[in-house]
Design a protein around this ligand. Structure first.
Ligand SMILES: Nc1ncnc2c1ncn2[C@@H]1O[C@H](COP(=O)(O)OP(=O)(O)OP(=O)(O)O)[C@@H](O)[C@H]1O
Ligand SMILES: Nc1ncnc2c1ncn2[C@@H]1O[C@H](COP(=O)(O)OP(=O)(O)OP(=O)(O)O)[C@@H](O)[C@H]1O
Ligand SMILES: [Mg+2]
Ligand SMILES: [Mg+2]
Lengths: 165, 170, 165, 170
C-alpha cells in the first residue's frame, strides 16, 4: 500500500514539476512529503518558485501564482490518469492575461489527444479554442445557446465581436 | 471516444428541450454571469455522478427541475442525456453511439422524487449504470472535472487534505 | 444590546437592498434573520433574486451572482460606517464585463466623497478610474511602480495600451 | 482626509526606498500576477493594523522583510510609512500632514524581531499608535479594507458567521 503511494507520488510529482515550469514560463515547483519514511502519517507540501523569484511559502505567493500552482497540481493528476474528455469551469479566473494564455495554449496542445470543454470569460482563452459555445439568458430566465464550430477557419471575425463581449 | 451531444429537458435554466452539439478538440463555453454555463457542467455531473458526493449546488435533486424562470410554471421532471461517440468501444457496449440518460421526477406529494437511468433509451438500474461509467473511466469523481471554485479549494487545503487526494487515487 | 443589533441590522439591510438593486441592474435582495424574536440565537440569511429570475437559495446562484451579492453586502456595511478611504483588492474577479463595469461605476460615484484604491486586472475598471498605478516586477524580483494621474484628461491614449495589458 | 503617499523600504518585494504618490478620488492599481499589487495593500494593513489578526499572508512578521529577490542579499529590516493629508484634523494631531510609520527589524540571532512605531518620525508606543488609529477610524479592522479572497470567504460563510459580522459592528 505504501509502495503504491510512493509510485503515484513519484509520477505525479514529475508531471507537476514539468507542467508548472511550462505554465509559469520557467518557474520551479515540486511536491514534498512531510514525513518521507511514513508518508501516510504526514501531509503533502507544495513548494513553488515563480520565474526569477526566491522560494516562498505557498501562503506568501500572490493570488494568481497560487492559482497557477493549484492548476498545475490538477493537471499533473489528470496526466497520471488520462481521460477521453475534460471539463474545466473558470480555472483562469485569478490569472492575468499572460498566464491565462499559457493555460489555454497548454489546453490547446492536450486537446489533440482528448476532448476539452473549458468555461471561461477570458478573450485569450476563447481565441485559442477550436469551437465556441455562447450561452445567454433570455429575459424570462431561460438559457439559450449558440454554437460557432471551427472558429479558426473564419479569417477576420474575432469571436468576441460576434458574442458582444 | 468523445461527447457528441448534450440534451437537456427542463434541467435547471434549460426549459425547452435543448440540444448542445459538441465536437472533438477544444471547445470554449462563454457568456454573461448567471447565463447557464455552469448549469451545463452540472448536467454532465448529474448524469455521470449518480453516486457522487460532488456538489451540484442543488440542495436536493428536485432543485434541478426547471423552476419556471420569471413567469412560467415549474416543470414536474427534468432529464439530461449525454450522447457519446463510441467507435473505439471505450464504453463496453456494442454500439457506435451510446446515450446515457438520467431523469428525476418530483413525486405527486412534492416531497420526494423518482430517479431513473437509461442506456440507449432502455431502463437501467443504478448499479448497472454506475458500473458502466466505472468501466469506461468516465465517472464524475475523476479529476477530469474541475468545477468553479475547485482551484480555491485546493489552494486553501491543509497539507494533510492534499495528501489524502493522492491516497484516493491509489 | 438586542435593540442596538436591530438598529444596525435595519440600517445595513436597507443599504444592502438598494446597493444590490443598483449593481445587478434591477434585481432584488434582502437580509433575513433566522430567529426574528431572538436574533442572537440564529444566523443571518442572504436572499437574492437577480433581474428577471426567481428567488433561489444563495448556493444555487452562479459564481458571478454570488460574488455580486457578497460585494453588495460589504458595500452595505461600508455605507453604515463610512471611512475617508477604501482599499479593494480584486473584488471584480468573478464578474463578467457588465457587472464589473457596474461595480467600478458605483465606486466612481462614491469616490466623490471618499478616496478609493482598487486593485484590478480588468480593463472596464481601469477605464472608470481617475488615476492608474502600474505595478511590474523587474527580472530580479523587485517591484517597480509607475503612476498615471488624471487619465481622464488624456483624450486618445487608452490606459491599457500604455501598460501593455 | 486622504492618503497622500506610501513609502516602502525593503518591505516585501519593494527593495529600494519606493514612494507611491496617491491622489483623492478613484485610483486603480494594476499589473501582472505576482508583481506586488497586494503587497501594497499588505503595507497599508501592516501600518494600520498592528494589533489586527488580519492575515498579511506572512507566517511571521519577519517574512515581510525583503528576502533578496533573485540575487541580492536579504535586508535586515523593513519599514512602511503612510502619509495622510490631515487638514480636516480627522486624526487628532495638530499638523496638516500626519506620517505613520512602522518598522520591523530582525534581531541578530535571527529568531525574533523588534517592532517600532513612529508618528511624524517621533517614536510612539503601540498603545498610543493604536489609540490614534481608533480615534481617526482608520484602523485595519474596518470593512473599508477588502482583501483578495474576502469575497469568497463571505460567499462561503455560514449564516451564523455572517450574523456575527453584525455583532462585531454593534
Ligand atoms: N431549477 C432552476 N430553474 C431555473 N433556473 C435555475 C434553476 N436553478 C438555477 N437556476 C438559475 O441558473 C442560474 C445559474 O446559472 P449558472 O450557474 O450556470 O451561471 P453561469 O453561466 O455559470 O454564471 P457565472 O459566470 O456567474 O458562473 C441562476 O441565475 C439561477 O437562477
Ligand atoms: N519578503 C519578500 N521579499 C521579496 N519578495 C517577496 C517577499 N514576500 C513576498 N514576495 C513576493 O511578492 C510576490 C507577491 O506579490 P503580490 O501578492 O503583491 O502580487 P500581486 O500583484 O497581488 O499578484 P496577483 O495579481 O496574482 O494577486 C510573490 O511573487 C513573492 O515572491
Ligand atoms: Mg459559473
Ligand atoms: Mg494580489
Amino acid at each position: 500500500k505504501k509502495v503504491g503511494f510512493q509510485r503515484i507520488f513519484g509520477a505525479i510529482n514529475e508531471n507537476f514539476t514539468k507542467i508548472f515550469s511550462e505554465l509559469s514560463g520557467g518557474g520551479e515547483a515540486e511536491l514534498l512529503l512531510e514525513n518521507e519514511e511514513d508518508p501516510l502519517s504526514g501531509g503533502l507540501i507544495i513548494k513553488a518558485r515563480p520565474k526569477d523569484k526566491k522560494f516562498v511559502r505557498m501562503e506568501a505567493l500572490s493570488g494568481g501564482e497560487k492559482s497557477l500552482t493549484a492548476l498545475s497540481f490538477i493537471f499533473a493528476i489528470q496526466a497520471y490518469q488520462p481521460s477521453p474528455f475534460y471539463l474545466l469551469d473558470e480555472v483562469d479566473m485569478f490569472l492575468d492575461g499572460v498566464n491565462a494564455e499559457n493555460v489555454s495554449r497548454a489546453v490547446g496542445r492536450s486537446s489533440k489527444n482528448a476532448q476539452f470543454i473549458q468555461i471561461s470569460l477570458r478573450k485569450v482563452t476563447l481565441k485559442e479554442a477550436d469551437h465556441i459555445i455562447g450561452v445567454t439568458m433570455q429575459r424570462e430566465g431561460i438559457t439559450d445557446i449558440v454554437m460557432k464550430p471551427n472558429i479558426g477557419d473564419i479569417p477576420d471575425t474575432p469571436p468576441e465581436t460576434e458574442l458582444k463581449l | 471516444m468523445h461527447l457528441k451531444e448534450i440534451e437537456l429537458d427542463n434541467f435547471k435554466s434549460f426549459s425547452r428541450k435543448t440540444k448542445i452539439p459538441l465536437l472533438e478538440g477544444y471547445t470554449a463555453i462563454t457568456g454573461p454571469n448567471g447565463a447557464g454555463k455552469s448549469n451545463i457542467s452540472d448536467a454532465i455531473l448529474f448524469v455521470l455522478g449518480p453516486k457522487s458526493s460532488r456538489v451540484i449546488r442543488a440542495g436536493r435533486l428536485t432543485d434541478l427541475v426547471f423552476n419556471g424562470g420569471k413567469e412560467k410554471r415549474p416543470a414536474k421532471e427534468c432529464k439530461a442525456s449525454l450522447i457519446f461517440d463510441n467507435s473505439d468501444r471505450l464504453i463496453p457496449i456494442d454500439t457506435n453511439e451510446v446515450k446515457l440518460t438520467r431523469l428525476v421526477r418530483i413525486s405527486d406529494n412534492a416531497e420526494g422524487y423518482y430517479s431513473y437511468f437509461y442506456v440507449n433509451d432502455k431502463k437501467s438500474s443504478l448499479g448497472e449504470f454506475d458500473n458502466l461509467l466505472a468501466n469506461a473511466r468516465i465517472s464524475a469523481d475523476g479529476y477530469n472535472f474541475v468545477q468553479q471554485g475547485d482551484i480555491t479549494r485546493i489552494v486553501e487545503m491543509t497539507n494533510l487534505e492534499r495528501r489524502r487526494i493522492l491516497d484516493d487515487i491509489a
